[in-house]
Ligand binder design. Structure first.
Ligand SMILES: NC(=O)c1ccc[n+]([C@@H]2O[C@H](COP(=O)([O-])OP(=O)(O)OC[C@H]3O[C@@H](n4cnc5c(N)ncnc54)[C@H](O)[C@@H]3O)[C@@H](O)[C@H]2O)c1
Length: 345
């Protein structure tokens, strides 16, 4: 097991990679705990949950809305959860985003911890303290930043994950490698078969590497005023694709990475060899399939992006495998690039 600690002002969060999820009891208070999960995870693992109240949500992005938070808060009141209460999330990014948001606003904040059960949430979503729900057509519009006390990333849980969801998580893993860890990129490149076989030892190493990188970034800039922005690589286009096409997060991000890499190449930040290696790796895992938004569809969503300030947007470019920079770019330039990219197709 590897423990990676994220230290942010006034808070400490332990990410426990390789810890068995069903050993969670030792990390919990004696009473006042509730579990938030979703129906798929509950069906697969519910019989081994600690014997405490369980609130199970409909699986999927549809549950990430304010009504669900309100409904859960009412359930917490009914269950007698007070300010000493503890919310334990057991699930993927959706469950962790919802549970984290709920815990951060219920009675102005109660304690929480996560058992992170998808590859996407282990390598990305459950580390860093961001949470939130969608509003209308915009992703994660309402949310807070609040670190869970612990996150358990047990690679054994990934064995039950449908292949599509597993591959979705790989996209975020590749994102981390592209922006910050060349060694991780090379390890993914040469481990195709083992990755596809969900080799538990390898997964422990991959998840730990990704969490370690994200932990360093978040410890440096929890509130995303600088360095943390690089984690949004691929997400400007990716979020637009996700909202418009309703595809799985990682697949949308993978297409967003292709576009951000092409944009980086166009601006001279990355050489042809690195550009092709990044795109080839994503294609090898069959992750790229959503590059067909019309210019108008893209424009509408990019202009609504949270990372936009006025007429500019903080856009993340790759400067070669393992390096990234953030630049304030006119939204018109981002959209102009997309239009030219589409015209060439
Ligand atoms: N907070 C952040 O920093 C952050 C970062 C990246 C993504 N996200 C969010 O994460 C969400 C996507 O997360 P996700 O991909 O984990 O989606 P998800 O939580 O919807 O899980 C995907 C599917 O896998 C099922 N599942 C979960 N664990 C399972 C298991 N062990 N075995 C079998 N099935 C299992 C779920 O029921 C669901 O159907 C998006 O809403 C995205 O915005 C948040």
């Amino acid at each position: 097991m590897e423990k990676i600690t994220i230290n942010t002002p006034g808070f400490r969060s332990d990410i426990l990679v390789g810890k068995r999820w069903d050993s969670v009891a030792g990390l919990l208070p004696e009473e006042g705990i509730i579990i938030i999960t979703d129906d798929n995870v509950n069906r697969l693992y519910g019989d081994r949950f600690p014997k405490i109240p369980v609130f199970s949500l409909l699986p999927g992005e549809e549950s990430k809305k304010l009504e669900v938070i309100e409904h859960l808060a009412e359930q917490l009141i009914q269950a007698g959860i007070d300010r000493s209460g503890f919310v334990l999330a057991v699930g993927g990014g959706v469950v962790c985003d919802i549970a984290g948001f709920l815990a951060s606003v219920y009675m102005r904040g109660i304690r929480c911890g996560y058992i992170s059960s998808t590859l996407l949430s282990q390598v990305d979503a459950s580390t860093g303290g961001k949470n939130g729900v969608n509003l209308g057509g915009t992703k994660n519009m309402l949310g807070t930043i609040r670190q869970p006390e612990f996150v358990i990333c047990d690679p054994e849980m990934l064995q039950t994950l449908p292949e599509h969801e597993y591959l979705s998580g790989l996209a975020e893993l590749i994102k981390t490698a592209v922006i910050g860890d060349k060694e991780l990129f090379e390890l993914i490149e040469k481990s195709f078969d083992k990755i596809m076989l969900k080799d538990t030892d390898l997964l422990t190493i991959l998840v730990a590497k990704s969490v370690r990188f994200k932990g360093l970034v978040v410890s440096d800039d929890e509130k995303e005023t600088g360095l943390r922005r690089i984690l949004n690589f691929g997400h400007t286009f990716g979020h637009a694709i996700e909202m418009q096409k309703g595809v799985t997060h990682g697949f949308a991000v993978a297409s967003g990475i292709v576009l951000a890499t092409e944009f980086s190449f166009k601006r001279g930040y990355i050489n042809l060899d690195d550009k092709e290696r990044i795109i080839r790796l994503l294609e090898r895992f069959n992750l790229v399939d959503n590059l067909d938004l019309t210019d108008n569809q893209m424009e509408k969503l990019v202009r609504n992006d949270k990372k936009k300030t006025g007429t500019d947007i903080h856009f993340v470019f790759t400067q070669g495998i393992g390096k990234a920079i953030v630049e304030k770019v006119p939204v018109d330039d981002v959209l102009g690039f997309y239009k030219k990219f589409r015209d060439k197709k």
